[in-house]
Design a protein. Structure first.
Length: 584
RNA sequence: CGGGGAGUAGCUCAGCUUGGUAGAGCGCCAGCUUUGGGAGCUGGAUGUCGCAGGUUCGAAUCCUGUCUCCCCGACCA
């Protein structure tokens, strides 16, 4: 490819609407252009990277035994009603109407379609297991598209769905996908770590997310380097014990006592003089509404509610904080003076840390008053103790006991063991060896292909631009011709090397633009080609052409040697060809 | 949806407070000079100042409404 023949609109300045580095570089390096919020056109360089990521994904999915299909993006709402997700996923569903005013949905994911397919085509255990995958555009009415390709209304996903006859088989399918994901991300030159994850609206029994550590990530992962424990904050647990709660001296025998706390509205207010109650000695009382029924959640004052965990205790992912009017109606006081002492008409769920806590302070359900010496076991009717809070940095690892760390991360892949939720609802049943009808045991597995592309940029860049891994670089090699006249020997040599590399199967671009050298060097670094071969008079005077890895040292190489040198270097630096991968 | 910010040339922005009829840099076109780290000079093209309405002799500027984009929160690959 000659640079002048394609379109690589690089920008010296960052676009005003890009905030994070990968988004800026995506635009500046001319990989994509925005049509409108959350919708992007892939330009030639962006598309080349995308296709290379897809190729790696395909190879690894095929290697893992998955079979490729292609399902409609436009789907009938009926199958969503059958699965029960028409309501549950209603927020993210794009809905369209045909000329007869019939409604359709644009697929945000394909459990319903693939399960419908299997319901029709798979009848016997002899046909199982099967794992179908596709690489396809997904549509999601995101509340807030963000950060370029990171969260878009339309994005490319690899989605796979496994169907097994028994639980052991389902676990094997899950494991095969998990392993494939490890390989895929490694081949893309990406550091992506599997962490335990919440199953959320997908339902199902367990799941892992693949996380790319990055300051700009929207998720938090909790991890311990010693034990290898790693989990999404939504799911993470710690080894923190209940006995660490409560004041130092034993106040368990003292009766509860009401005391005036005018103008105290928050946990923070109560930690200040004259009250001086540490947040860890307070009980935070939250009122949640589930299907218009109230429930009370108790946390230690210094802890934060984990909504995913709360959802599983409340038995619904759909709940909201109660309005002040509802709270007054229920407890007789405004937020700021709430407590669960003496409450018996609504369920009270307390964080497990509070079990056995004594000498605590909580609201008195009377505006401007709190209670001290609260002994949970004695004074509060707790329906159930459960893990309801976010783990905090420094708490003991549940496995090693060492302090946990937390970092931001980008979710690039997610594997779920689904169980029989969809197969039962959509009739994906088969006859087992005893002639008995059973629902398939399913798993589903997603990779955000476009997001992965941007995550690589987020992880591999410097002040000069992107630094692509060889495996997914738009071109592996950029030949920078420093003179471009057709009869100029410099240009003739550059063209010769370009042709020779192309013959050897190297993905190479020749920068044949009539521009000053500095401009072309900057561009090649911005776009991020892993290897640059500059052909110019100065280099030739020193004995050859300039061989310059994007992140390495410049070498002068004899033009006769440059092809071999390049092939060797590419082989050594292509994460996709890493032989160590075949040994695990 | 709640809170914050912004819409002016292809891009990055100034002008708006204090109304007087459109600017800079980059990019683009032409010419000359330059030619190893985003060149210099000269000349040139490019705008319904997001849109609609209002106030006014006169609106990019003031007022009202509306749309879009970006950031923070709830959702997710």
């Amino acid at each position: 490819m000659y640079w002048s023949k394609t379109l690589i609109p690089t920008l010296k300045e960052s676009p005003a609407d890009a905030e994070i580095i990968s988004h800026k570089l995506l635009i500046r390096a001319g990989l994509v252009r925005k049509l409108t919020g959350g919708l992007y056109t892939f330009l030639p360089m962006g598309l080349k990277v995308l296709r290379k990521v897809e190729k790696i994904v395909r190879e690894e999915m095929n290697r893992a035994g998955a079979i490729e299909v292609f399902m409609p993006a436009l789907q009938p709402p009926e199958i969503w009603q059958k699965s029960g997700r028409y309501e549950a996923a209603s927020d993210v569903l794009f809905k369209v109407h045909d000329r007869a005013r019939k409604e359709w949905v644009l697929g945000p994911t394909h459990e319903e379609v693939v399960t419908t397919l299997v319901a029709g085509e798979i009848n016997s255990y002899k046909q199982l297991p099967k794992n179908f995958y596709q690489i396809q555009t997904k549509f999601r009415d995101e509340i807030r598209p963000r950060f370029g390709l990171m969260r878009a209304k339309e994005f490319i996903m690899k989605d796979a769905y496994s169907f097994d006859a028994d639980d052991e088989g389902a676990n094997n399918s899950y494991r095969a996908m998990y392993d494939a994901y490890v390989r895929i991300f490694r081949r893309c030159g990406l550091v992506a770590l599997p962490v335990e994850a919440d199953t959320g609206v997908m339902g199902g029994s367990f799941s892992h997310e693949f996380m790319v550590p990055a300051e700009t990530g929207e998720d938090f992962m909790v991890y311990c380097e010693e034990s290898g424990y790693a989990a999404n904050l939504e799911k993470a647990v710690s080894g923190l014990k209940p006995d660490s709660t409560g004041p130092d001296e034993d106040r368990s025998a003292l009766p509860t006592e009401e005391f005036p706390t005018p103008d105290v509205r928050t946990i923070e207010d109560l930690t200040k003089a004259p009250f001086d109650v540490p947040a860890s000695h307070q009980i935070k009382t939250l009122v949640m509404m589930v299907d218009s029924k109230p429930a009370i959640i108790l946390l230690r004052g210094d802890h934060q509610l984990n909504e995913a965990k709360a959802g599983s205790v409340l038995g619904s992912t759909v709940f909201r904080p109660a309005e002040p009017a509802e709270i007054i109606d229920l407890l007789g006081a405004k937020p700021g003076s709430l407590g669960a002492v003496g409450v018996s008409t609504v369920p009270v769920y307390a964080d497990a840390i509070l079990e056995g806590a004594t000498g605590m302070v909580t609201g008195a359900n009377r505006d401007g008053f709190h209670l001290r010496n609260v002994n949970i076991a004695r004074d509060i009717t707790v329906t159930r103790f459960a893990d309801l809070r976010n783990v905090e940095e420094g708490e003991p690892c549940p496995q090693s006991g060492l302090p946990l760390k937390i970092r931001r991360s980008i979710e690039v892949g997610h594997v779920f063991k689904l169980g029989t939720k969809y197969s039962e609802k959509l009739g994906a049943l088969f006859l087992d060896a005893n002639g008995k009808q059973q629902p398939c045991i399913m798993g589903c597995y997603g990779i955000g292909v476009t997001r992965t592309l941007q995550a690589v940029i987020e992880q591999s860049n410097d002040k000069n631009g992107i630094s692509w891994p060889v495996s997914i670089a738009p071109f592996e090699v950029c030949i920078t011709a420093l003179d471009v006249g057709d009869d100029n020997p410099v240009f003739q040599l550059a063209r010769k090397i370009h042709a020779q590399l192309q013959d050897k199967g190297v993905d190479v671009i020749l920068d044949d633009r009539d521009l000053r050298p500095g401009f072309k060097f900057k561009d090649s670094e911005l776009v991020g080609f892993p290897l640059r071969i500059a052909v110019g008079e100065k280099g030739l005077a020193k004995g050859g052409v300039e061989f310059k890895p994007r992140d390495g040292e410049l070498e002068i190489v004899d033009p006769e040697q440059i092809v071999d040198k390049t092939l060797t270097w590419l082989r050594e630096h292509n994460t996709s060809l890493d032989r160590s991968m075949d040994q695990d």
